[in-house]
Structure formats: structure tokens, C-alpha cells
Design a protein around this ligand. Structure first.
Ligand code: HEC
Length: 143
């Protein structure tokens, strides 16, 4: 192989290598800048759950299999914004569904649910009010 073809191939190899660490495992990109420590932690956990690095249910599917940018039910910001009042119900519907995640539904104040919603709020620039309804003041028992 000669000329531009070889250069393109080498470029592709360099790109592929940069996406993997020395041990060959995938390293996700860093969270977006400007997040506080708690938001960063929730974003990273939420993204792992969404993309399937952390497993939520028994189906072996992840949210991204259906809602990732190239998937059949890819999210749009407008649709998520319209559903923002019902986000928790919608998430739990997909988690409980036998043909989707097949998992136990998440408690409103659980780490996993907070993380998933934080990830969606940050990634799709949804109103922060979506999150405020989920975060209970410390020490206040769940109803
Ligand atoms: C097997 C495919 C599949 C999987 C896996 C799945 N969903 Fe869904 N989800 C859908 C479909 C189809 C809809 C739209 C119709 C409906 O509401 O049932 C939807 C709707 C939604 C909505 C409402 C917004 C909209 O665009 O309609 C949210 C929020 C959502 N899903 C979140 C999640 C999350 C979070 C996960 C992972 C924990 C997940 N879903 C896993 C198929 C899936």
C-alpha cells in the first residue's frame, strides 16, 4: 500500500490506539468541564449505567442499545424535555420491561437513579429542576 491510503491507515491505527489504554481497555472521555464533585461522580456513574459498563438488569441490554445516538429510539433533547416531569416513571418503565432492561425498578432516591437522571440532565442540557425533585435533604426519610 502506498501514498494517501497508507497515511489514512496509519492515522486510523493511531486513532484506535488513542481510544484504548496501555492495557487495551476502553477509557471513556472525561466528563464535561464545569461540574461540581458530586455532579461529576453522578455523571460518570450514570454514563456507565446508560452505556452498559455497569449492568442494571438481566436482559444484557443497556439504555444506549436503544437510546444511544445511532439507536432505534435515540433520544432527542426536545422529547426528553417534554417528558422531564415523568422522567423517573419513564426510566423505571424501561428498566422493569421484560423486553428492555429486565431489572428491579429503582427507588427515587437511590444512587443509580440519581446518577442516570444526572447523566441525562447534563448530557441533554435538561432543566436542573428535574434533579432537584429527586434530591432529598440529608437526614429526611423517604416517604
Ligand atoms: C429495548 C429497548 C430499550 C431499552 C433497553 C431502554 N429503553 Fe427507554 N424507551 C424505549 C422505547 C421504544 C421508548 C419510547 C416508547 C415508550 O415510552 O415506551 C422509550 C422511552 C424512554 C424514555 C421516555 C423519553 C422518550 O424519548 O420517549 C426514557 C426517559 C427512557 N426510555 C429511558 C431509558 C433508560 C434510562 C434506559 C436504561 C436504564 C432505557 N430507557 C432502556 C426502548 C428502550
Amino acid at each position: 500500500m502506498r501514498g494517501p491510503g497508507l497515511a489514512a491507515l496509519l492515522g486510523l491505527i493511531a486513532f484506535a490506539a488513542s481510544a484504548a489504554s496501555a492495557s487495551g481497555t476502553y477509557r471513556p472521555p472525561p466528563p464535561p468541564p464545569g461540574l461540581g464533585a458530586v455532579q461529576r461522580r453522578d455523571f460518570v456513574l450514570g454514563r456507565a449505567l446508560f452505556e452498559g459498563m455497569d449492568v442494571l438488569g438481566r436482559s444484557g441490554k443497556s439504555c444506549a442499545d436503544c437510546h444511544g445516538s445511532d439507536a432505534s429510539a435515540a433520544f432527542s433533547r426536545d422529547a426528553l424535555k417534554r417528558e422531564s416531569e415523568r422522567l423517573v416513571e419513564k426510566i423505571n418503565h424501561c428498566i422493569g420491561d421484560e423486553s428492555r432492561i429486565q431489572g428491579p425498578v429503582l427507588e427515587p432516591a437511590s444512587e443509580d437513579l440519581l446518577a442516570l437522571v444526572s447523566y441525562l440532565v447534563t448530557h441533554y442540557a435538561l432543566p436542573e429542576t428535574v434533579l432537584q425533585t429527586l434530591r432529598r435533604p440529608a437526614g429526611k426519610p423517604a416517604k
